[in-house]
Design a protein around this ligand. Structure first.
Ligand SMILES: Nc1ncnc2c1ncn2[C@@H]1O[C@H](COP(=O)(O)OP(=O)(O)OP(=O)(O)O)[C@@H](O)[C@H]1O
Ligand SMILES: [Mg+2]
Length: 251
């Protein structure tokens, strides 16, 4: 069963129809890439899944977005619970101006009342291990996170998501601020993480989508033009517009 499905999903910013009638299914323990030219609605679609578009004035949706068969667009969805379940990583690593340790336990302090110091220590260790930062940072946990390198900061942001034990990781251009070596290492990390999570990555970088994802969706002007196994999308697209995009005919 798919972890996330959309059913005739539409979204408007005021009068502007940004996401058009999208039907899709995102499988657990796979990486799905969403590709398409700038402004086609990739980030908007991603933000539907943690209801982050709610923060934008004048947004309206219709249709369904189901996570584990529950329609999260429902007005009685508990957004705190939803956002714990659906972690998100952004283009610019955005650690809080706190220590490495406090960044990781930040969500846990909100979600788990009365957790012990030992419990928090354990979460910090586990989370940093899962993003392969533990050995590097275990003696520097009280240093400011903003002192870390860009790649370390992005890994820390992933660790901060993981710390609250989400099911889904949404990644919006997570490598675009990183150099090619750091990008390759984050991709490697994603492959490891997919054993435990459903991962959706938005990327401008088609090579990245081809390298890292199992499934790919191609969007254009708010529509999901084609969705399928990554290999098929990149080698034998069914739609002419997908082919034009992957061969570089759109910007
Ligand atoms: N807050 C907003 N208010 C009004 N329109 C918006 C808002 N955010 C995005 N849009 C518009 O919705 C469309 C989709 O935007 P979105 O950011 O989802 O695209 P994208 O595919 O992520 O683009 P990029 O690759 O540049 O990040 C664009 O035309 C954009 O201008
Ligand atoms: Mg975007």
């Amino acid at each position: 069963m798919a972890k996330i499905t959309t059913k005739n999903l539409n979204l408007w910013y005021g009068a502007f129809h940004a996401v058009k009638n999208i039907n899709s299914a995102f499988e657990a323990n796979r990486i799905t890439a969403i590709i398409g030219p700038s402004g086609c609605g990739k980030s908007t679609l991603l933000r539907v899944f943690n209801r982050m578009n709610d923060l934008i004035e004048g947004v309206r949706t219709d249709g369904g977005a189901l996570i584990d068969d529950n329609d999260i667009l429902n007005s009685n969805t508990d957004l705190v619970v939803l956002r714990k379940k659906i972690g998100m990583v952004f283009q610019r690593p955005n650690p809080f101006p706190l220590s490495i340790y406090e960044n990781i336990v930040f969500g846990e302090r909100i979600h788990a009342d009365g957790i012990t110091r030992d419990g928090l220590d354990e979460i910090v260790q586990e989370s940093l291990k899962s993003v392969l930062l533990w050995d590097e940072l275990k003696d520097r946990l009280n240093e400011p996170a903003l002192r870390l390198s860009l790649e370390q900061r992005q890994r820390l942001c992933i660790a901060r998501c993981i710390a609250v034990k989400p099911d889904v990781l949404l990644m919006d251009e997570p490598c675009s601020a990183l150099d090619p070596q750091a990008t390759a290492r984050i991709e490697e990390l994603m492959r490891e993480l997919k054993n435990n999570y459903t991962i959706i990555i938005v990327t401008h970088n088609m090579q990245q989508a081809a390298r890292v994802s199992d499934d790919t969706g191609f969007m254009l002007l708010g529509e999901l033009i084609e969705f399928g196994r990554t290999e098929q999308i990149f080698t034998a697209p069914h739609d002419r517009r997908t082919e034009d995009y992957i061969t570089g005919r759109y910007g």
